[in-house]
Design a protein around this ligand. Structure first.
Ligand code: ADP
Ligand code: MG
Length: 339
């Protein structure tokens, strides 16, 4: 059974950046306004995420990494929107099957923090020389620190397939950038650390109160920021809201940048990508490509996340109509700008 679980977990958690994406979403779901990420060896040695969110109740710790354990289905109607979020209660369980996972957490109601460690879906002793698996009291701030160590230690083949820590770190930075843009206004940081101390400067450091456009500028530079137009659209018929920052006719980049969020999850969507590439293909000079940050809010029951095991690629109903709406609005805004 352990092997089956490990294989299933490896489908969901394919590389450090997938794991981190899930952890960031958990912190956001917990209402965090500060998210601090520390990474060692491209996340293969260490992925640490500290938030100031709600924390996890001590009583909930024993089942934290049990599969399908989630605190996020409150009402029956939420069950129909399960599609939006992809997995329910699978992320931490999966991570615990392919890494050493520990958590230190404190709710506002508790007087101290609690630390617990996990392996293969269950609590294990925090201290190696102990046989007691229960959580231990410790000092800590309100919120949660999750530590993922030695990712894929028990799946050597997977580990071998991810040879470059530099490449994995670059993927991590992209994920953090995307979430920090979409969740502008909260503070996010990401730094890599080599040894004991982690006082290296952060590669990403966004601040409370910044706007989406500010954070795009921070990550992609003022030249990109200056060329962007704001596109907003809504359709009650399609039950969709669009909010985007898109490059204009004079934009020049050697490759495309697409940051798509659907119902606040960072996703790939090939139909949107294709349509936008085609739209810009007729607009931009040859060899240049667009920048598009696009947030869609759609009726969750219309979203199909089961296109790929990691749920990164999504499809949704009325895709063609939504894509048309986006391109039409973009065309209008650019036309106005050109006048
Ligand atoms: P899901 O997010 O689908 O519920 P996860 O496996 O990602 O499943 O997380 C399981 C549960 O652990 C969550 O429902 C939540 O109650 C709790 N949890 C995970 N991370 C955090 C966090 N950073 N802060 C507070 N609670 C968390
Ligand atoms: Mg989650």
């Amino acid at each position: 059974e352990a092997v089956v679980n490990r294989i299933a977990a490896g489908e969901i958690i394919q590389r450090p950046s997938n794991a981190l994406k899930e952890l960031i979403e958990n912190s956001l779901d917990a209402g965090a306004t500060s998210i601090r990420i520390t990474v060692k060896e491209g996340g293969l040695k260490l992925l640490q995420i500290q938030d100031n969110g709600s924390g996890i109740r001590k009583d909930d710790l024993p089942i934290l990494c049990e599969r399908f354990t989630t605190s996020k289905i409150r009402a029956f109607e939420d069950l129909s929107s399960i599609g939006t979020y992809g997995f329910r209660g699978e992320a931490l369980a999966s991570i615990s099957h392919v890494a050493h996972l520990s958590v230190t957490t404190k709710t506002r109601a508790e007087s101290c923090a609690w630390k617990a460690a996990y392996a293969d879906g269950a609590m294990v002793p925090v201290k190696a020389d102990s046989s007691d698996s229960s959580a231990i009291p410790c000092a800590g701030n309100d919120g949660t620190v999750l530590v993922v160590e030695d990712l894929f230690y028990n799946t050597p083949q997977r580990l071998r397939s991810l040879r470059s820590a530099t490449d994995e770190y670059a993927r991590i930075v992209s994920v953090v950038m995307a979430y920090s843009i979409h969740n502008a206004g909260i503070a996010m940081s990401c730094r890599k650390t080599a040894g004991g101390s982690s006082n290296s400067t952060a590669d990403i450091n966004t601040s409370v109160g910044a706007s989406v456009l500010d954070n795009i500028g921070l990550h992609y530079g003022d030249t990109v920021k200056r060329e962007l137009v704001h596109v907003e659209a809504a359709s009650s018929e399609l039950d969709v809201e669009v909010n985007a920052w898109c490059s204009g006719a004079n934009f020049q980049a050697k490759k495309s940048t697409f940051l798509f969020f659907i119902n606040h999850r960072y996703v790939d969507c090939s139909s949107l990508k294709r349509a936008l590439e085609a739209f810009y293909g007729t607009l931009l000079a040859k060899g240049t490509h667009p920048f598009v940050y696009l947030s869609l809010e759609i009726d969750p029951t219309k979203v199909d996340v089961n296109v790929h095991p990691t749920k990164k690629e999504v499809a949704f109903a009325d895709e063609d109509d939504v894509v048309e709406l986006v391109c039409e609005e973009l065309a209008k805004v650019l036309e106005k700008q050109g006048e």
